[in-house]
Design a protein around this ligand. Structure first.
Ligand SMILES: [Zn+2]
Ligand SMILES: [Zn+2]
Length: 278
């Protein structure tokens, strides 16, 4: 009987090995059923007892499996900061699938660091696993970028329920959050019954061209109003109207802006879709 080589998942591991996991690209990793049982919620479910058992890990290539096995030891967690996104996302899926509770939060943190450069993938991952704080950030980046919006619509087009229209609903909902910044408040009547004067038109056009079309408008809006006040300095009616615009914007609950989770019907359809993909 040939014995199983020692474990190389972490440095100087002296735990006896009794199982071999084979990565999708054919690399063999010696490991310990006891650790796998202890650190994971659902592994190894299908492995019959017996020495030198070889278990094919079809969804994990050697790189991912190497990281995965680090997590089933009482050892420092591996540095995932420099790992390429493909490896990280496969690993993040694996720790969810096998319920490696100690690694889930850690992988989530690293996945969320990619909300900008991999917004679509991070959105799918976070919705699938119920990480709504990450989903909010990812959705915001997707909705704010035409190219990414088109690509999520393409992904969603593959679903049995047509989901691109709920995504458009979410986009509309998201944009409507900013209406208080982009639409002028009701007119303040001028002498002679006029709704506004030339000064207002100039002022309003400058505000609407300078206000950014994304969340940064929240912090920049007061300054934009102030920068353009000189246009209306001679008209007290317009000044009142501008003041109302500022007050209305300040009254906006900024913490609620863009919350993806608020589109609840969309989210549940979306989750069913991403769960069906795996
Ligand atoms: Zn080991
Ligand atoms: Zn005026």
């Amino acid at each position: 009987m040939t014995s199983i080589p020692p474990c190389t998942a972490v440095e100087n591991c002296t735990i006896p090995t009794d199982i071999v996991l084979v990565s999708s690209d054919g690399e063999r990793f010696s490991s310990h059923t006891k650790n796998l049982g202890e650190f994971t919620g659902s592994f190894p479910v299908d492995i019959p007892p017996g020495e030198r058992e070889e278990v094919p890990m079809k969804n994990l290539n050697a790189k991912v499996l190497g990281f995965f096995l680090c997590f089933v030891h009482h050892h420092r967690q591996p540095d995932l900061g420099k790992v390429d996104f493909d490896t990280l996302s496969q690993l993040a899926e694996a720790v969810e699938m096998y319920e490696v509770y100690s690694a889930m939060e850690f992988c989530k943190m690293h996945m969320s660091a990619h909300v900008l450069n991999h917004a679509v993938d991070v959105l799918l991952y976070s919705v699938k696993h119920g990480y709504m704080d990450v989903a909010d950030q990812a959705a915001e980046n997707v909705v704010g970028d035409r190219g990414l919006s088109r690509s999520i619509v393409r992904v969603l087009a593959g679903s049995r329920v047509p989901l691109s229209s709920p995504w458009n609903r979410y986009s509309d909902y998201y944009r409507s959050q900013f209406d208080v910044y982009y639409t002028e408040p009701a007119p303040v009547l001028h002498p002679g019954g006029y709704e506004s004067c030339r000064a207002w038109i100039k002022f309003r056009n400058c505000i609407s061209s300078q206000a950014p079309r994304d969340k940064t408008v929240v912090s920049k809006f007061s300054q934009i109003l102030e920068d353009n006040e000189h246009y209306i300095k001679d008209c007290k009616h317009c000044r009142i109207r501008a003041q109302r615009w500022g007050e209305r914007a300040r009254g906006r609950k900024t913490t609620e802006i863009g919350l993806f989770e608020k589109s609840l019907t969309f989210i549940s359809e979306f989750r069913i879709f991403v769960l069906g993909q795996s």
